[in-house]
Design a protein around this ligand. Structure first.
Ligand SMILES: Nc1ncnc2c1ncn2[C@@H]1O[C@H](COP(=O)(O)OP(=O)(O)OP(=O)(O)O)[C@@H](O)[C@H]1O
Ligand SMILES: [Mg+2]
Length: 306
């Protein structure tokens, strides 16, 4: 089963186009002077290390989830997408002919923007670095919180908790004053309000499908003087997705997508430093199934039919 699928899995791409960037998950190529081709590969990172084994269908799921939300939010904010249809991308014939299987379903052609130098994080529940900061200081990114919160408890209102966008190493949480210093007051206030509004709308929808989006990160860019939404949107890579039927405060929640891999990795003697270990077929198969299940729950569709 996986062996069949693995034939279609893409760990890295090598298109004859200028390669602008290689992220943990995405390969990004320049198209003309003002467009980007963003390809979501099947790479999976766990404990911040990219695994050497691809997860079939993961890239397609992430790309299609972002397309879903772009459509869902089309009246809320302008988007960077031009098209996700390979035949409408005006790519060189050679690329279409020889590399269609590396592009189709998992990519989009977008307007290149000037990305803001902050990550727009919003938290609906107290977990991760927010929980750590709260335990130490009673605060999260400058927000003073009530004492006695439990791990993974829901905030009365979602918190905007921006971070720096660091090229290497971990992003650092900042308060709103620091965000203003980096992007200016007008832009900071606009993206704060947009971030919270997008999260609330998305979380409400996901909750109706049995998924809690505990927190997420949006990226905004400036294009022709206008703030637009860029990058991925409310995917399990940019957000914490929790199965609502297993939600309970007082401890960590299982993650919808990577828990199988994390649990497996915890059984190894691996020190969580690169390179990561190869993942066995049954772990990969279950992880693919988890991504397909998330897509199904969110959109009602089978990713294989998309
Ligand atoms: N329309 C756009 N214009 C310019 N840059 C964009 C646009 N959309 C997305 N990006 C950038 O593309 C990158 C997405 O790639 P990817 O998610 O793989 O990498 P990353 O998030 O930077 O790093 P990593 O995933 O390795 O932590 C981000 O740096 C994002 O800012
Ligand atoms: Mg990213």
């Amino acid at each position: 089963m996986v062996r069949d699928l693995e034939g279609n899995a893409i760990l890295e791409t090598h298109l004859p186009l200028p390669r602008i960037a290689v992220g943990k998950v995405r390969d990004i190529y320049g198209v003309g002077s003002d467009k980007l081709l963003i390809i979501t590969t099947d790479r999976l990172s766990a404990f911040d290390v990219v695994m050497p084994t691809p997860v079939p269908l993961k890239g397609k799921v992430l790309n299609q989830i972002t397309l879903f939300w772009q459509n869902y939010f089309r009246d809320v904010i302008p988007q960077h997408i031009i098209t996700a249809d390979v035949d409408e991308m005006s790519l060189p014939d050679e690329v279409i002919k020889n590399f269609r299987h590396e592009i189709e379903g998992r990519s989009m052609l977008v307007r290149k923007a000037q990305p803001l130098e902050i990550e727009c994080v919003v938290r609906g529940y107290i977990t991760g670095s927010g929980w750590k900061d709260y335990k130490k200081t009673g605060m999260v990114c400058g927000h003073k919180l009530l004492p006695g919160m439990k791990q993974c408890e829901k905030f009365p209102e979602p918190l905007f908790t921006p971070s720096t966008k660091s090229k290497a190493g971990h992003d650092v949480n900042i308060d709103f004053g620091e965000a203003i210093r980096i992007v200016g007051k007008d832009v900071a206030m606009q993206v704060r309000d947009l971030t919270v509004a997008l999260y609330k709308k998305g979380q409400e929808y996901a909750a109706s499908k049995g998924i809690i989006i505990a927190d997420t990160k949006f990226e905004f860019g400036i294009r022709d003087g206008e703030i637009i939404l860029i990058d991925e949107i409310l995917t399990p890579d940019s957000s914490r997705f929790w199965p609502a039927d297993q939600y309970e405060t007082g401890h960590d929640q299982p993650s919808f997508d990577k828990q199988i891999v994390r649990n497996y990795l915890e059984t190894l003697a691996w020190d969580k430093r690169p390179p990561g270990p190869e993942l066995p077929p049954d772990i990969i198969e279950k992880t693919t199934a988890a991504y397909c299940e998330i897509f199904k729950r969110l959109t009602g569709k089978d990713i294989r039919q998309v």
